[in-house]
Every structure is written in C-alpha cells, then in structure tokens.
Design a protein around this ligand. Structure first.
Ligand SMILES: *[C@@H]1O[C@H](CO)[C@@H](O)[C@H](O)[C@H]1NC(C)=O
Ligand SMILES: *[C@@H]1O[C@H](CO)[C@@H](O)[C@H](O)[C@H]1NC(C)=O
Ligand SMILES: *[C@@H]1O[C@H](CO)[C@@H](O)[C@H](O)[C@H]1NC(C)=O
Ligand SMILES: *[C@@H]1O[C@H](CO)[C@@H](O)[C@H](O)[C@H]1NC(C)=O
Ligand SMILES: *[C@@H]1O[C@H](CO)[C@@H](O)[C@H](O)[C@H]1NC(C)=O
Ligand SMILES: *[C@@H]1O[C@H](CO)[C@@H](O)[C@H](O)[C@H]1NC(C)=O
Length: 703
C-alpha cells in the first residue's frame, strides 16, 4: 500500500502544468473533440462570425456597364418601345404603356397614398371601382411550349441535326470510356459531363400526355371570365409522304375546336430568324414566345408538366392595384458569368446564371433569387422592351438549336422578366426621388440646401436605429412603426373594388416598399463588391423590419456633406453620382430608398414621387411605377421528379392525397432511359393523371 500511496503523492507533487499536459497528451483525441465542441458552442451562443474563415469574396463579375434604356429622367419619348416589333400584337392595353395619354387619376391616388376614394366627390367611389374592375377583368392568355418527342420522325430529324451540331461533334470526338484507368480525370479538357451515357435530353422531350391533363386542369380550375386564349407553340416535322413540314398536333386535340380558345402556333410563325429552325432547345423557343400574334399583353407562360390543383383567379397572377405576382424562392443565382465546359447536358442553371450576368451588368452585380418552377406571369410589352435592350443575346439564344451550344450563353425568359421588372421599379423610384424630389428647384444640380435635406433625413433615421447593431444576429430587427407598408390587407382592398381573392396566393412583399432583397447587415462604408457574395435576405424580412446605416461619405462622396463645396451634378446618366448610388454600390441605393420610402405618411409612394403633380415628370413616374408594379407571392405547390418506380409510386400517392392543398403541382419526367422502369413509371403517371383530373376538357376529342 505504502509504495502506491507514495507514488501517487509523488505525482501530486509534480507541477500543475505537467499534470495538465500529461492528461491532455494521453487523451489527445478527446481533447481535440472537446475543443471543437467548445468552439461550436461559443460560436452558436455568441453568434460570432469568423470572417477569416469565409472564402475571400470574388470581385463582381464586371463593372456595371449600362445599356441605354431610358425611363424616368432620361427617356426621350421614343426610346421605349422603339425596339418592339411592328405588327406583333394588338393595341390592347396600349393606354398603359405609352406616354402622352391621360393617366387615370385613381391610379395616381392609389400609387401615391393608396387611396381609392375621393373625399370630395360622392359617388365617385363606384365609378372608380368600376374602372378598376374593368381593368382587372382583362383576360389573361396562356402560352405553352409543347413538343411530342416520342414522334419517330422528329427523332430522326433531331439525330440529323445532332450530326452537324458543333456541340455534339465535340462531344463525339472526345468520347472516352469513363472508367479507363489510364485517363486521369483531372486532365480531361473540357469536362465531359454525361460521357458514355448517351443523349441525356430524351426525357426532356418524352411525351406523357402532360399537355392534355394540364389543359384539363385549366378547364377545371381557371374561371372562364379570366381565361383568354391558349397558345400552344409547336414544332414542325416533315410529313412522311410529301416531306413537307407540318406542325405537330397533339393526337387527342379536337381540331374542330382549335382556333377558338386553343391555338396551335408553329415556331416558324414566331421566330425572328426562321433559318435557325427546327429547334430542340426550350430556351430558344421561349426567347421568341412573346412574338405570338394577337397575344394578350399579360399572359401566363407554363410548361406542360405544370398543373393547376385548385381554383385560382386573376389576382393569383396579376392585379391593377398590386401588379404582377412573382413566385421567388430563397435559392440564389450567382452574378458572375458562368464558366463552362462544353457538354450536351447543361441544365437550367447555366441560363439563369447567364441571365443574372446580363442583369448584373445593367443593374449591379448581385445575387438574385430563383423562381419557383410553376407558372410565370409575363407581359408582352415588357418582353419587347427587354429584347430591344439585349437584341444580340436574344438572337444568340434563338440560334442555339440544342441547349448548351455556344458556351451555353442562353437567356432565361421567366427569370429575366421577373428581375427586370423588379430592377426597373427600383430604378424608377430612386430616379424619381433623386431627380424630382432632392433637386427641388430642378436646375440639374444639388446645391447645399438640397443636399442638406438628405443629410438631415439620414441623421434623423440614424437616431431611430438601435445603438448596438449585431448585424449578423438571426433575431429579426424590431418593427419600425413608422413604416407604412403598401401591403395592408390586400385581399380586402381588392374585394372592395370587386376583384375576387381566392386566398391561394399570399402576397408577402410589394415592390412599392423598396427592393425586397436588401442585403441584411450590409456595410455601407465599403464597396458592395466586398460583400456581394452574401445572400440576399429572404423575402420574409418585412419592410418594417429592414434596417441599414446609410454612409453618406462612402455612397455619395466626401463633398456631399461639405457646405462650401460647389453644387453636385444630379443627372442620372453614365458615370454619374447617381449611377454609383443606384447600381455600382447598389447597397447604398437600397438603403436610401428604404429611408426615403419610410417617410411616406400613408402606405404609398408619396415621399418618392415628384412634388409637382401637374408636371410631365409626375405622370412619367406614375406610369412607370404602374408598369413595373409587382408583388412577391407564395402559393402552396409541389414539385416532383419521377425517377425510379417505387419512389414515383409513393410520391404520386402522396400528391393525390394532397388534392385539397396544392394550388399547383409539377411532375417532371426524370426517369432513366431504361425501358423497363420507363414503362412502369409511365403507367403509374398515366393512372395518377387520370385519377387526379378525370374530366375531359372541352378541347379534347370525344373518344
Ligand atoms: C428607333 O429605331 C430605329 C430603327 O432601329 C432608328 O432608326 C431610330 O433612330 C430609333 N429612334 C430612336 C428615337 O431611338
Ligand atoms: C471531330 O473529329 C473530326 C475527325 O477527327 C474532325 O474532322 C472534326 O473537326 C472534329 N470536330 C470537332 C468539333 O472537334
Ligand atoms: C406522339 O407521337 C407518338 C408517335 O408518333 C404518338 O403515338 C402519340 O400519340 C403522340 N402523342 C401526342 C400527344 O400526340
Ligand atoms: C439567321 O440565322 C442564320 C443561321 O444562324 C444566320 O446565318 C443569318 O445571318 C441570320 N439572319 C439574320 C437576318 O440575322
Ligand atoms: C469643402 O469644399 C471646399 C471647396 O471645394 C474645399 O476648399 C474644402 O477643402 C472642402 N472641405 C472639406 C472638409 O473637404
Ligand atoms: C381527394 O383525395 C381524397 C383521398 O385520396 C379523396 O377521398 C377525395 O375524394 C379527393 N377529393 C377530390 C376533390 O378529388
């Protein structure tokens, strides 16, 4: 006993540092684990962000390189719409998109103060409601792109074009077995995605009669008063006997009914340059869809794998009061130009990134939110406008017979439409404030008195900010009671003028409340290019919880606050101070807009719009605000991919059970090209569609 005791007492006599050292060196793994645990807990508890652990942010894709669009403050009357195609479309709705015509007074009052009544005139309300309702009752058209990829002749044609497509030639020349051990995958140049797996585009075109059922869902769930015409864009194939090109026709479609409500439109009729046809590239076809003749101004674009699942109404897509309804997700698209190898299997992502690259060059290099894969609201005059700004990019996209040709630099129309509108509303608002509010005397310069107003406004705002701002903390900022959101019971407002509200789409954010994706906790003393890799705050940040600290010296330069400095140019063109504020350092513009917008005493744009209501500027601003008006909406929907048999069966069953909750559902055929699986899944899918949508639409042949 004694020796042991003496041993232990001897060890206790050793210095503390030695004992500690020995303990930890004997338990090195546990120690390491403990340290990591401690680190994690402290990190979570204190919400510390370790900046040094973040990847070094990349610089923006390219400096802002704006093309001339015109618009408020710049537009010469003829700029807008100059690029629009003559002969396309009708005059419907033109009163909204051209200047020089009387802008409805009710719309002005609505945008400015969100008022629908005129206190001075009795009975006017009825009158106004009638006008608004009249506008709301404009029907919406629907555009589909459809191709029967199962058609054997089309398959032959496609193979023929593959043989002369540079994309597939390249692919063919570089085909090497993937499992050849002699080839170091790292040395492959360029990457050979899908190598050895054959054509991965088959399922993209396989026909499962989706269109038939998608039309059934329209007949079932879209009220007749809302539905304009349905335009189905189709490809042409050579007739087996005469060899002449004929448009594909869905075999179940009753041709006797065609041209009333449902129209078949051949690609040839909409392409600017028909020598690029036939096209097997949906991005190419979409880039021309707004050229459909007699297309309504506002229309819905959808793929045939999308189905309505519950009754909807116009207010689920667009209203004269709140504008377009865009469905955005929290996923984001990088602003940099996509770096690509050549591959015949590019997905949708490259086109989104390329489109964001174009948007970033025009409006600032930022991440932009991805659109939900459901229906997309579109506007023909706005798409014409976009095409007139990026004509080469449209031509290039249209000329790619297969998706991914030409380095996959292809535009994505739905993404373009939504984000272009969002950017243009923001631009209109900022320009209006800068040019017609701040430059009070309209002399094209900001003298000290005018600048002082902004300085004072920012100072007053700063006083309302909490003293210590933990910028990255996840807890929401406190509500700012001063902010009067544009979204105040939109359902009641709409119903008060007779526009029905189904409750299927929740309006979560209005563009009238500022840019929805203001970077949370942005540092306005530094360039946006240092922080552009940050995520946009999700749409769930209500405008009354937005916060920012505007830095006048960084955003507007050191002379702005200098009393004795000469007046500053207030123009909004290239290389102006405004361009820096609004686009190069877009976080500055977002913040300033928020601060200005917050000053409206009513839930409208009164603090942003020009003071002189009789001026031309005022009607220009009102016009453009109405043109680019939008909300971000949320609806219940399911996106499902059919892959293996068992998974598909379970998924379709679940979807069937949700027949009372999903406003939309999308079922995507991603079945591998194995005949056995394909056969089983096709059977399951057909059964599902027939069960879910059993009533034939009026446009089907009677069987
Ligand atoms: C409109 O487009 C035509 C043809 O491209 C061009 O000649 C004309 O100068 C343009 N007008 C304006 C005002 O930009
Ligand atoms: C593919 O290979 C053929 C024959 O080796 C060659 O003539 C052709 O230029 C190549 N094409 C491409 C796109 O690399
Ligand atoms: C697609 O083409 C195949 C083969 O020609 C045909 O059997 C099928 O009925 C077509 N589908 C539709 C919807 O027209
Ligand atoms: C139409 O497309 C073809 C093939 O890409 C091209 O050679 C031609 O120059 C285009 N025509 C016009 C008018 O752009
Ligand atoms: C303010 O502007 C005047 C005139 O340009 C200049 O002389 C002075 O140095 C400026 N003051 C500061 C603090 O920049
Ligand atoms: C919805 O699904 C449930 C369960 O599958 C079924 O009982 C019900 O009849 C369905 N309702 C409709 C309207 O199809």
């Amino acid at each position: 006993m004694a020796p042991i005791l003496s041993l232990s007492s001897a060890s206790q006599r050793r210095p503390l540092w030695f004992r500690t050292y020995r303990f930890f060196s004997q338990h090195i793994r546990s120690t390491f684990f403990l340290l990591i645990l401690l680190f994690t807990i402290v990190n979570i508890y204190l919400n510390i962000s370790f900046d040094f652990l973040r990847p070094i942010p990349k610089p923006p894709a390219e400096p802002v390189d704006r093309r001339l669009i015109g618009g408020v403050g710049i537009r010469s009357k003829s700029t807008l719409g100059n690029g629009s195609r003559s002969g396309s479309g009708t005059e419907k709705g033109k009163e909204d998109s051209s200047l020089g015509q009387a802008f409805p007074i009710w719309k002005t009052r609505w945008l400015q103060d969100q008022e629908l009544e005129d206190p001075e005139a009795e009975g006017v309300r009825e009158e106004i409601a009638k006008k608004i309702k009249g506008e709301a009752e404009r029907t919406l058209d629907i555009v589909y792109t459809w191709v029967n990829g199962t058609d054997a002749i089309l398959k032959d044609v496609k193979e023929k074009y593959k043989e002369i497509s540079e994309l597939f030639l390249y692919f063919k020349n570089n085909t090497r077995p993937t499992n050849n051990p002699n080839i170091n995958p790292k040395n492959r140049e360029p990457p050979l995605v899908g190598n050895g797996k054959g054509d991965q585009t088959i399922h993209r075109f396989r026909d499962n009669n989706e269109l038939k059922y998608s039309l059934r869902s329209i007949a079932e769930y879209i009220p007749e008063k809302m539905l304009g015409r349905i335009h189905i864009l189709t490809t042409e194939v050579p007739d087996s006997r005469s060899g002449q090109a004929v448009g594909q026709v869905p075999e179940w479609l009753d041709l006797g009914k065609v041209d009333e409500k449902v129209r078949l439109v051949k690609h040839r009729e909409v392409y600017d340059n028909t020598s690029v046809l036939p096209s097997f590239n949906s991005l190419s076809i979409e880039s021309q869809m707004h050229h459909v003749s007699d297309l309504a101004d506002t229309f819905i674009y959808m793929n045939d794998d999308i189905f309505f699942g519950l009754p909807v109404d116009t207010s689920d897509f667009w209203t004269p009061l709140y504008g377009f309804v865009f469905h955005l997700t929290n996923e984001i698209i990088d602003p940099a130009i996509p770096s690509l190898g050549i591959s015949p299997n590019v997905g949708e992502w490259q086109s989104l990134q390329y489109t964001n690259y174009l948007l970033s060059k025009q409006f600032g290099a930022r991440h932009r939110a991805y659109l939900s894969h459901i229906v997309h609201i579109m506007n023909r005059p706005i798409l014409d406008e976009i095409q007139s700004i990026w004509p080469e990019e449209f031509d290039k996209t249209a000329s790619h017979r297969f998706r991914g040709e030409g380095q996959a630099q292809e535009i994505n129309m739905a993404f373009f439409m939504a984000h272009y509108v969002m950017e243009r509303l923001r631009e209109t608002q900022l320009t209006s404030y800068w040019k017609y509010r701040l430059d009070k005397n309209q002399d094209g310069k900001l003298d000290w008195e005018e600048r002082e107003e902004l300085v004072r406004m920012v100072e007053e705002y700063d006083e309302t900010l909490p003293k210590v701002v933990n910028r990255r903390k996840a807890v929401p900022f406190p509500i700012d009671p001063t902010f009067k959101s544009f979204l105040q019971e939109p359902d009641k407002k709409l119903e008060s003028v007779g526009i029905s509200w189904t409750g299927r789409t929740n309006y979560v954010q209005s563009g009238m409340d500022g840019y929805p994706f203001m970077i949370k906790g942005a540092d306005l003393s530094q360039s946006s290019s240092n922080q552009y890799s940050r995520q946009p705050s999700s749409t769930r940040t209500e405008p009354s919880r937005r916060q920012c600290q505007f830095n006048i010296d960084f955003c507007l330069g050191l002379q702005f606050r200098n009393k004795t400095a000469p007046a500053i140019d207030s123009s909004v063109g290239k290389e102006s101070l405004f361009e820096r504020l609004a686009f190069t350092e877009y976080h500055c513009g977002d913040c300033l807009l928020h601060i200005v917008r917050r000053r409206s005493t009513k839930p409208g744009m009164s603090s942003v719009m020009p003071l002189d209501q009789a001026s031309e500027a005022f009607s220009q601003v009102a016009n453009d605000m109405s043109r680019y008006n939008y909300v971000i909406g949320r609806s219940q929907f399911t996106f499902m991919q059919l892959t293996t048999g068992d998974k598909s069966e379970a998924g379709l069953k679940r979807l069937l059970a949700r027949n009372q909750t999903e406003t939309y559902f999308c079922v995507n055929d991603d079945v591998p090209d194995s005949p056995l699986i394909a056969k089983r899944v096709r059977g399951l899918f057909a059964g599902f569609l027939e069960t879910r949508l059993p009533h034939p639409s009026p446009w089907e042949k009677l069987s």
